[in-house]
Design a protein around this ligand. Structure first.
Ligand SMILES: Cc1cc2nc3c(=O)[nH]c(=O)nc-3n(C[C@H](O)[C@H](O)[C@H](O)COP(=O)(O)OP(=O)(O)OC[C@H]3O[C@@H](n4cnc5c(N)ncnc54)[C@H](O)[C@@H]3O)c2cc1C
Length: 415
């Protein structure tokens, strides 16, 4: 049987494009399909978020030809201070009230000087991925939507909304939470919406942030100040949906005055640098990660609360694992769309994805409350972790994606 590609990937977002480049680096021929062309994805008003990228995720991007373009935009996270929200200003968290302090120096020997992670604006990530996809000659069908998927013996046929049909031994759904490929495969989801919105804004400081990330726990939910290149930071602010609407609609001076009270003195004056964005938050886990000739990854398989900044990292790990399983299967002469091969991918990723989804859900509940007992208990818990060096180092390595059986690309080894 002849096919149009080795792998048809629906969704050229950050996980879909990463998978395409990883497969290409292993000698396979992917094709990407997306309703949006890359230029739309990189427009300033399209995605105002910045992502905390684990150092292992960054190693993969270096291996597949994306990392170099990102280096000038990647801010090293040297320290993370986790503070109880009742402290009236970030300045207090320096030394006095921080319950948890993670320092890149502590794990520098184990990870050869890599930081705790990198903060990179999504528009730069999308631009670098788009450029690499074009440079490596990967075919992109955009604008186009997957209308249906039909599995026919040794292949799958994808029909697009413009009437075209493509065939491949494997179809991958990377189209985010509402994945049509997942639905076509009959894979159900479990989960719920959070009564919270994720407000995102970029701010400029008067003084240098020195690569320090702050996470506060306020009664409405976590508030993160994440350092960006230059004297800037990305704020991720979990609020009730109603308060979220008010914050995105309020005049910039009102929001800046509110931020000044919240930040205290530690970085001088704070100015908004661009529009504010509001994202609905939900937990959604697919019941399975594959069906015959179909695999799913990224938010199509698991969408989680941003409290730990790990949603995209999970999708990038999926991409690294799936690419390795498929490239190795082809080298051994196996059928890459068979359930035997796809089960290897699912078995590799299942535990990590489910464990992180559950952990972020529990953390969000635990840290979005003003209940005195819960606050006291979490303060004690954080204080204990803070005093135990090995526990702190474990959390840092886990957040950096360096724990467990890592796919080759996440170790910085080519396929
Ligand atoms: C406020 C907030 C902050 C976050 N911060 C972080 C962080 O610091 N670190 C981190 O790791 N994660 C973070 N995340 C999570 C992260 O943003 C997501 O996990 C990630 O964007 C998911 O990427 P994806 O490519 O899987 O899906 P998406 O970004 O949803 O991309 C899906 C793609 O599929 C396309 N598509 C849609 N329909 C079709 C169709 N029918 N056919 C073909 N293509 C289609 C879309 O156009 C899009 O390009 C955050 C999330 C939020 C809400």
């Amino acid at each position: 049987m002849t096919y149009d590609a080795d792998v048809i990937i629906a969704g050229a977002g950050m996980t879909g494009a990463t998978l395409a480049l990883a497969l290409k680096s292993g000698g396979l021929t992917p094709v990407l399909i997306d309703p949006l062309v890359f230029e739309i994805q990189t427009a300033p008003a399209f995605d105002g978020r910045a992502s905390a990228i684990a150092f292992s995720s960054f190693r993969q991007w270096l291996q597949i030809g994306v990392g170099e373009a990102l280096v000038p935009h990647a801010q090293r996270i040297e320290q993370i201070l986790v503070t109880d929200g009742k402290a009236p200003g970030a300045s207090r968290s320096r030394g006095m009230r921080s319950f948890l302090r993670f320092d890149a120096d502590e794990i520098a020997d184990a990870v050869e000087g890599e930081p705790l992670g990198y903060m990179i604006e999504n528009r730069h990530i999308r631009a670098a991925l788009g450029q690499a996809v074009v440079a490596q000659g990967i075919e992109v069908l955009a604008p186009a939507k997957v209308a249906s998927v039909e599995v026919q013996g040794a292949g799958a046929a994808v029909r697009l909304d413009d009437g075209r049909t493509l065939t491949a031994p494997l179809v991958v759904g990377a189209e985010g939470r509402f994945s049509p490929v997942r639905q076509a495969a009959g894979i159900g989801v479990i989960g719920w919406d959070y009564p919270q919105a994720g407000i995102v804004a970029t701010v400029a400081f008067e003084e240098d942030h020195e690569g320090v990330a702050h996470e506060y726990f306020l009664p409405s939910g976590p508030f993160a100040i994440l350092p960006l290149t230059g004297k800037r930071a990305s704020l991720v602010w979990t609020e009730s949906v109603e308060r979220g609407k008010a914050l995105t609609a309020a005049r910039p001076e009102v929001v800046e005055a509110h931020l000044a009270r919240r930040f205290g003195e530690f970085v001088g004056a704070v100015k908004l640098d661009g529009p504010r964005f509001s994202y609905p938050l939900s937990l959604q886990l697919a019941e399975r990660m594959y069906a015959e000739r179909i695999a799913i990854l990224g938010d199509a398989a698991h969408a989680i609360h941003p409290i730990a900044g790990q949603g995209l990292n999970l999708g990038l790990k999926d991409a690294a694992a799936l690419a390795e399983v498929l490239v190795d299967a082809v080298r051994l002469g196996e059928d890459m769309g068979s359930t035997i091969v796809l089960e290897r991918y699912a078995a590799w990723r299942r535990f990590d994805n489910v464990a992180l989804a559950a952990a972020t859900d529990v953390f969000n509940r635990l840290f979005s409350t003003d209940d005195r007992l819960v606050r006291a208990a979490r303060g004690v818990g954080m204080g204990i972790v803070n005093r135990i060096g090995p526990a702190r180092r474990f959390f840092m390595q886990e957040a950096g994606g360096a724990v467990g059986d890592l796919p080759r690309l996440l170790r910085g080894v080519p396929l």
